[in-house]
Design a protein around this ligand. Structure first.
Ligand code: AVI
Length: 321
């Protein structure tokens, strides 16, 4: 009998707040973007994906719909590992393609939010009778280090949704060495990236009219309050996001509306904010297809196929170790 149960493995998802202490005691202040994704933050992110201004999800979905069959034919049967799986909605397009070719389905979603991980894994098990799921709750770094050798003939690590853009360039060397360590020669890496485009399209995607992105940004403070016994007054911070054209990145901040002091009791941390002082909560880098292909090659992942949409707004790259 094939084992199909979720063997949800909970990995310690943080370095017990040392990253928060570091970020809030340096100048300028910053926080790691993975603190967006408590269960509420993951819900808000799902809402962002549906916003009219947030073209990323729609565009990547259309590329996947067009090319998933081709991807499955190229890779053959393989175990799908997904970093930042969230609701796994787009992954279903890939699972359908592998299923249509009669391949065995084995899926290892990795996400910091255990709630969304578990609920989406259960839904997938109900919808795909032959699917095996092994869900890993934790940061990419910790989860990748826990991966066992694949149980199928091959493996593909999927990193879609342009989450690569949320890593700072200096984090990429370590990240890609973890990716290549988790793959055998000949195995695959599927990367979805948002491409450079005019500011008038990028800026509204992070400043939506309904204020969902603002709520997503502010929710990080609620998450820190819960997690570290904090007393951030979320009414005293505002969302601020803009496109930095020189760096080709959206920069998302929380701006203090007045001078104030915040405590995070369980971290033994007191933080002073000047009026208008900001915390950088996320960069969202926008890529150039030629440059990223060169970088991937330097990291040991050879781009074999590159797909994009009619507007060239989003790129999907199938790479091989
Ligand atoms: C998950 N990540 C790719 C999103 C992005 O567009 O950078 C996170 C996000 N931040 C604000 N809106 C969406």
């Amino acid at each position: 009998q094939i084992e199909r149960l979720i063997e949800a493995t909970r990995i310690v998802a943080s370095s017990a707040g040392s990253d928060v202490i570091k970020g809030l005691t340096q100048t300028p202040k910053s926080l790691p973007p993975w603190y967006f994704y408590d269960d509420r933050g993951s819900e808000l992110f799902e809402q962002i994906c549906e916003l009219p201004e947030y073209y990323l999800t729609r565009t990547e979905t259309s590329i996947l719909q067009q090319y998933a069959g081709e991807i499955a034919k190229i890779t053959g049967a393989c175990e799908l590992v997904e970093l930042g799986s969230g609701s796994s909605t787009k992954t279903r397009i890939l699972l359908n393609a592998y299923q249509q070719l009669g391949y065995p389905l084995r899926y290892l979603p990795i996400d910091v939010s255990a709630g969304i991980l578990e609920s989406s894994a259960r839904q997938l098990l109900a919808d795909y009778p032959s699917l095996q799921v092994h869900a890993l709750a934790g940061t990419y770094e910790l989860a990748l280090a826990q991966l066992l050798p694949t149980q199928l003939s091959s493996r593909m690590i999927c990193f879609i949704g342009s989450t690569l853009g949320n890593l700072q360039p200096q984090q990429c060397d370590v990240f890609f060495s973890q990716i290549t360590n988790a793959l055998q020669v000949g195995e695959y890496f599927l990367l979805g990236i948002d491409l450079q485009k005019p500011k008038h399209i990028l800026s509204p995607a992070y400043n939506d009219r309904q204020g969902v992105t603002a709520a997503f940004n502010i929710n990080m403070l609620d998450h820190l309050n819960r997690r570290f016994e904090g007393n951030f007054d979320t009414t005293q911070f505002e969302h601020w996001a803009f496109y930095n054209q020189t760096e080709h990145q959206i920069e998302m901040h929380l701006r203090s509306l007045r001078s104030q002091t915040v405590q995070l009791k369980s971290l033994n941390l007191t933080v002073n904010f000047a009026a208008s002082e900001t915390i950088l909560t996320e960069v969202s880098r926008k890529f150039d297809l030629n440059t990223i292909q060169q970088q991937l090659t330097a990291w040991g992942l050879i781009p074999r196929h590159v797909w994009t949409d009619a507007n060239q707004w989003f790129g999907l790259l199938l790479c091989q170790l």
